[in-house]
Design a protein around this ligand. Structure first.
Ligand SMILES: C[S@@+](CC[C@H](N)C(=O)[O-])C[C@H]1O[C@@H](n2cnc3c(N)ncnc32)[C@H](O)[C@@H]1O
Length: 349
């Protein structure tokens, strides 16, 4: 018996180490790509200040420790069965490599926009897209409104976060499971789902009868549809602040990295809409950026991000009391925590 449990512990520890090693290898690849794009784009434009992340050894060490903690937690979550091992499957290395020349060219265009402070450098217009969104967030090409942008988006985000965006998103799964006792297949609505990156991991982690993937961008939804297919999923173009759904329809409303891109008044509207479409007892689950003073060592990084990556509502977001806003929208049992550069909230209707 003792021998068996010793064997089991050794196997679990080996499994944990292999998951951490796999995650770290992704971090190394994405960090290398970051260096490459950063060096190239720095030739053409400058950041607000030389990013401290490049020069401040203490800060770099602090972040490295944070990355290790995140990867260890991600591995533990898999071992504990919070989400399946399948979330670790990397996307096709060939597709990843094929994107590199496009990313290099795009980084030059991004740095030109940053230099000239060009905030709307595309022709796309639509009465169905709110004005505040018709801009080059992150100075990215075409904003959220082209196939080109949709094809590059996920890799650009992972490069920016050195391969930690996916494990950070997954921390929300753990918080939801800790706060839910609903064992029936869920009706899930995801807001601002983009190209479906979180959707892939969330759909592997929850038993669901219906999963609505929503976003305001047709191009991003089209990409999400190509990746996820239609079995169990529906794709709905909609603004998160004006949802085309009935009252009391969903068990779970998810939002990942949406709120920091919204003006404060719209954030409140989104919370009210989420509350309206949730069933009583249903949960709202939010993953977004870290906020001011969550980790004092990172305050300056957050401040510069708003300018370097053209995020007009980000500074206000970092000061926003989301727990209070959730309560003001009639949510109760608000829970919150943070991991590395992200913050998470779950609350109940
Ligand atoms: C930063 S991206 C996050 C995408 C995705 N959730 C992820 O984790 O990669 C923000 C997404 O929100 C969408 N979006 C922004 N404002 C929106 C709004 N008011 N209603 C619905 N979607 C919105 C954008 O089109 C974009 O796909």
């Amino acid at each position: 018996m003792a021998l068996e449990s010793g064997y089991y512990r050794t196997m679990q520890s080996l499994k944990k180490k292999s998951i951490i090693a796999l995650n770290l290898s992704k971090t190394i690849v994405y960090s290398f790509e970051y260096k490459m794009l950063f060096t190239l784009s720095s030739i053409f434009s400058s950041f607000v200040k030389p990013p401290k992340l490049e020069t401040d050894k203490k800060l770099i060490k602090h972040l490295e420790l944070g990355v290790m903690e995140l990867h260890a937690q991600d591995a533990q979550n898999i071992i504990d069965g919070i989400y399946p091992q399948g979330v670790l499957i990397p996307k096709s290395p060939l597709k990843h490599l094929k994107n590199i020349p496009l990313l290099l060219i795009d980084s030059l265009k991004i740095s030109r926009r940053r230099k000239l402070n060009l905030k709307k450098d595309f022709d796309f217009n639509s009465p169905e897209v709110p004005d505040y969104l018709l801009r080059n967030y992150h100075f990215q090409t075409d904003g959220y409104f082209s196939e080109h942008s949709a094809n590059l988006y996920e890799q650009q985000v992972e490069i920016l976060f050195s391969g930690t965006a996916a494990p950070m998103r997954r921390m929300l799964i753990k918080l939801i499971k800790e706060n839910s006792n609903n064992n029936k297949p869920l009706k899930i609505l995801e807001l601002g789902a983009g190209v479906g990156t979180a959707t892939i991991d969330f759909s592997k982690s929850f038993d669901f009868e219906k999963y609505i993937v929503s976003d305001v961008s047709d191009a991003y939804l089209e990409k999400a549809k190509k990746r996820l297919g239609t079995l169990g999923f529906e794709y709905v173009r909609s603004q998160a602040e004006e949802l085309p759904f009935q009252d009391n329809e969903f068990d779970l409303v998810i939002s990942v990295y949406l709120f920091h891109e919204l003006p404060r008044s719209i954030r409140g509207k989104v919370l009210s809409e989420a509350h309206r479409v949730l069933k009583p007892g249903g949960l709202i689950a939010i993953c977004d950026s870290l906020q001011k003073d969550d980790d004092v060592a990172l305050n300056e990084v957050l401040e510069n991000f708003a300018i370097d990556y053209h995020e007009p509502f980000y500074k206000d977001y970092t000061l926003w009391n989301a727990s209070l806003a959730l309560e003001n929208s009639a949510f109760k049992k608000v829970t919150s925590r943070s991991h590395l550069l992200s913050k998470f909230w779950v609350a109940e209707k």
